[in-house]
Ligand binder design. Structure first.
Ligand SMILES: C[S@@+](CC[C@H](N)C(=O)[O-])C[C@H]1O[C@@H](n2cnc3c(N)ncnc32)[C@H](O)[C@@H]1O
Length: 282
């Protein structure tokens, strides 16, 4: 960036986000992604989208909104969602689910030697990679198994990160040294301080761009669906519709995992409660 570019960048102040503009943007986000942003999110929206306005020198949120709705490729909306969605995740986040997978579900599937798992809202890949590591640790004759791990997200930014499989050392703090050595390659030179998931683990996972609000673009029946810390952004009708569709792609007896801070209370569903954040299709 040269000096004059730097100074125009510096001079650009993020415009105010007027109430009408905020309403238009948040209802567009809700309509297209199911993500419900409360009125208190106005400052957050201005700050996250303001970065796009600044980078592209778009003078107002009204202009930006026009750009998004006028874009038939969908790329503008994807960029907006990449900026707005909250993607926090961790390896082996909410460890109880991985214990349950290891101790209950994998043994149940061992007769058929087949397991199909969907990480719906996988963010930057920590969840599906934790699933793959759990399988590798538990299933001794894994080569004899038919395994499918599908990992999907609406955000292309996090999906790209998941596919690259590069993580900073701090992001791997929840993993033991043994796991790190077994399943990751340590970077050196320019990549010192980074680790990459080993190719044989990457190969176990299919990453796909999927908006959960739209009809699922595949016909697979799963043994488990992880949809953790995703529906927190959705309102009740959106959750009910999604949960009904999840249940349609689960095998009878299949499991459904949600985040431990979430609940299906007050939501119509036909799952059986097993333990906190674990449900089963009956
Ligand atoms: C907080 S992260 C949760 C990641 C992981 N499941 C976990 O629990 O650690 C929520 C993810 O849901 C994704 N998401 C939000 N709305 C979505 C939608 N309509 N379709 C697909 N993914 C969505 C976001 O992009 C984000 O990556």
């Amino acid at each position: 960036m040269n000096k004059s570019q730097k100074s125009t960048q510096f001079l650009f102040t993020i415009p105010p986000l007027k109430n009408g503009e905020f309403e238009a943007i948040r209802s567009l986000i809700y309509k297209k992604s199911g993500i419900f942003l409360g009125k208190e999110k106005k400052i957050l929206v201005r700050s996250r989208l303001g970065k796009i306005l600044r980078r592209r020198k778009i003078p107002s949120f009204k202009e930006y909104y026009k750009l998004i709705v006028g874009d038939t490729t969908g790329q503008e909306f994807t960029q907006l969602l990449n900026a707005i969605s909250t993607n926090f995740t961790q390896f082996f986040r909410e460890r109880e689910h991985f214990e349950f997978l290891k101790e209950v579900i994998i043994p149940n599937c061992s007769q058929n030697r087949q397991i199909k798992i969907w990480s719906a809202g996988c963010s930057s890949g920590e969840e599906p990679y934790s699933i793959a590591i759990t399988l590798l640790e538990k299933v001794k004759d894994i080569k004899e198994w038919n395994i499918k791990i599908l990992a999907t997200d609406i955000s292309t930014r996090v999906l790209e990160k998941a596919i690259r499989g590069f993580y900073q050392e701090e992001q791997l703090a929840t993993l033991s040294k043994v796991t790190l050595r077994k399943y990751f390659l340590r970077g050196n030179g320019d990549w010192a301080g980074y680790y990459q998931v080993r190719p044989e683990i990457k190969k176990m996972i299919e990453f796909k761009h999927v908006n959960l609000l739209k009809p699922f673009p595949f016909k697979i029946m799963f043994n488990i669906i992880f949809c953790r810390n995703v529906m927190i952004y959705f309102d009740r009708p959106t959750k009910e519709d999604l949960i009904t569709r999840f249940s349609q792609v689960l095998v009878p007896g299949g499991y459904f995992f949600i985040g431990h801070s979430e609940s299906l209370m007050g939501i119509r569903h036909n799952f059986k409660y097993i333990r906190p954040a674990i449900y089963q299709k009956v």
